[in-house]
Structures are given as structure tokens and as C-alpha cells.
Design a protein around this ligand. Structure first.
Ligand SMILES: [Zn+2]
Length: 157
């Protein structure tokens, strides 16, 4: 068994594990310490997967073998890890009662309307589907009810 074959097998096992943990969801993470640990772990997994992807690409360029399938796998693994990371970070911010500024990345108090660093309007992060209970109820207003205010004001002057 060549080194690459070993790497390949290890990678395939890893991909299965990742698929399992991805379906397991992050719902069971309870305290902030665990969350932070999972975030670190996921970041580390992403780094490692990038490194593996590099090794696979290197190997496929050196040899004439076609490793497209493995490369696709590695890419989708990175994607799912990144999604997981985003979800974990959002959960952590919810715990810390902070909102991350979309513009500059600063974490602001949950009750702030504008970023304390750059002044951008802060977007409330939508909770995940499981926590959304009563949304999407009021949407029966006709479209004409909301005209463009700016253009209307300009004509009045
Ligand atoms: Zn900001």
C-alpha cells in the first residue's frame, strides 16, 4: 500500500465520520466551553482537510491518475465543515448575547441597533428553523402599500 493509498483510505473514513457528525447536528452542544471547543476543533478540521486536498491535488498532478472524485469529496467536506463552523459561531454569539457586525466583524451588544465601531446598522441574526416559532404570519399587505419614500419626498420640495 502506497503512502497515498493510506492517505486516501484515511480520507474516506474521515469523510464518513464528518457526514455522521454533520447529521448529528449541533443541537446537543450545551455550554459555552463546549461550543468554543467544537469551534476550535472544526477550524482545525478545516485546516487539515485543506492540507489533504493539497496532497491529493499534488499527487494527481504528479501521476496521471484521475482523482477528481476524491477532490470533489474533499471540497464538499470543506464546505460542510465551513457550514458547521458558521452555525457554531452563530450559536456562540447567541450565548454571549452579541451580534456580529456584517460590515466590520465587531461583536456588539445584542441590544445595539448600530455597530459601535463602524456605525453600520446591525442585522439581527435569524435563529435556526427549530427556534423559529411564529414567523411568516403577516405578509398579506398589498405591494403598493410601501412606496419609495425618498422619491416621493423629493417631489414635495
Ligand atoms: Zn461595524
Amino acid at each position: 500500500m502506497s503512502l497515498f493509498e493510506e492517505l486516501f483510505d484515511e480520507f474516506m473514513d474521515k469523510a464518513k465520520i464528518v457526514a455522521d457528525t454533520a447529521t448529528r447536528k449541533t443541537g446537543e452542544v450545551v455550554d459555552m466551553g463546549k461550543l468554543k471547543y467544537e469551534i476550535k476543533q472544526t477550524q482545525w478540521d478545516i485546516e487539515k482537510t485543506y492540507a489533504k486536498l493539497g496532497a491529493i491535488v499534488y499527487e494527481s498532478r504528479k501521476s496521471s491518475e484521475n482523482y477528481d472524485e476524491v477532490i470533489e469529496l474533499a471540497i464538499s467536506e470543506i464546505d460542510s465543515l465551513c457550514n458547521k463552523l458558521q452555525e457554531l459561531e452563530q450559536r456562540l454569539r447567541a450565548y454571549k448575547k452579541v451580534i456580529k457586525c456584517e460590515n466590520c466583524g465587531k461583536e456588539n451588544d445584542k441590544n445595539f441597533l448600530f455597530c459601535s465601531r463602524c456605525g453600520s446598522k446591525l442585522q439581527k441574526e435569524e435563529p435556526k428553523a427549530e427556534e423559529v416559532v411564529e414567523a411568516e404570519v403577516v405578509s398579506s399587505q398589498p405591494e403598493e402599500a410601501a412606496p419609495q419614500e425618498e422619491s416621493a419626498q423629493q417631489e414635495q420640495e
